[in-house]
Ligand binder design. Structure first.
Ligand SMILES: Nc1nc2c(ncn2[C@@H]2O[C@H](COP(=O)(O)OP(=O)(O)O)[C@@H](O)[C@H]2O)c(=O)[nH]1
Ligand SMILES: [Mg+2]
Ligand SMILES: [Zn+2]
Length: 216
């Protein structure tokens, strides 16, 4: 019985996600769902991505947060349209919350929508929003065992960004072993070692993202 209830929730979410996707497609907006644990660098990545795409494509941002609008304020300073969703305690965004934010998103004026999900490595994997791609940020201080502990997140991702590689000299984190583990779970995934602090790897990520947008 419990399993059926869960399936119904996810089925309903999937239907709303498909409607969101139709709306995005009709406006030719490419949508990225950015996921990670708290503090891995979602907001930092969005800021760095916006800076590099200035003049190349028009970006909008949706900020999912349990409460507060700190991240939305930081992104608003970059001069891009940003809409805040406060989930009111929910630990993930779902398609319905996303849908309720969309009337405030200027879809006609943007080509790329970056959605910062709530910091969590568990349930965001289950709830699609209508996105084109899913990006998972895993940062070096979290340890290189995360693909073993949260396989679904890694399985669902189109790209995994290993953030904070500037801290590698101080940590026990084996980038090669980590990348190998991810590929064992998900053969198609792209892996980018990056640092939002030094800028390492960000150009490679942004150029890949740009290619994905062109493919649609
Ligand atoms: N050393 C280092 N710190 C980073 C890097 N990226 C983000 N941070 C820091 O990590 C903290 C959390 O980043 P934030 O982007 O807010 O993470 P979020 O909670 O996933 O949105 C902040 O203090 C950032 O300055 C990085 O590449 N290297
Ligand atoms: Mg954030
Ligand atoms: Zn949740």
């Amino acid at each position: 019985m419990e399993i059926k209830v869960v399936k119904d929730i996810l089925g309903a979410n999937e239907q709303i996600a498909q409607k969101n996707r139709q709306l995005f497609d009709s406006h030719h907006v490419f949508v990225v769902n950015v996921m990670s644990s708290p503090g891995a660098g979602k907001t930092s990545l969005i800021l760095e991505t916006i800076k590099r795409l200035k003049g190349k494509t028009r970006v909008g941002v949706v900020e999912g947060d349990i409460s507060s609008s700190l991240d939305a304020e930081a992104i608003g300073k970059e001069g891009v349209p940003v809409v805040q969703i406060n989930t009111g305690g929910e630990c993930h965004l779902d398609a319905n919350m996303t849908s309720s934010a969309l009337p405030s998103v200027p879809l006609k004026d943007i080509e790329l929508l970056l959605i910062e999900n709530v910091g969590n490595l568990v349930c965001p994997a289950e709830f699609t929003l209508g996105e084109n791609i899913r990006v998972l940020i895993s940062s070096t201080p979290e340890g290189d065992d995360k693909p073993f502990k949260y396989p679904l997140m890694f399985h669902q991702a189109d790209a995994v960004l290993i953030n904070k590689v500037d801290l590698l000299p101080y940590l026990k984190f084996d980038v090669d072993a980590f990348s190998k583990t991810i590929r064992g779970i998900n053969q198609k995934v792209k892996v980018f070692p990056i640092s939002c602090t030094t800028g390492e790897g960000i150009d490679q990520w942004v150029s890949w993202l740009f290619d994905q947008m062109k493919k649609g």
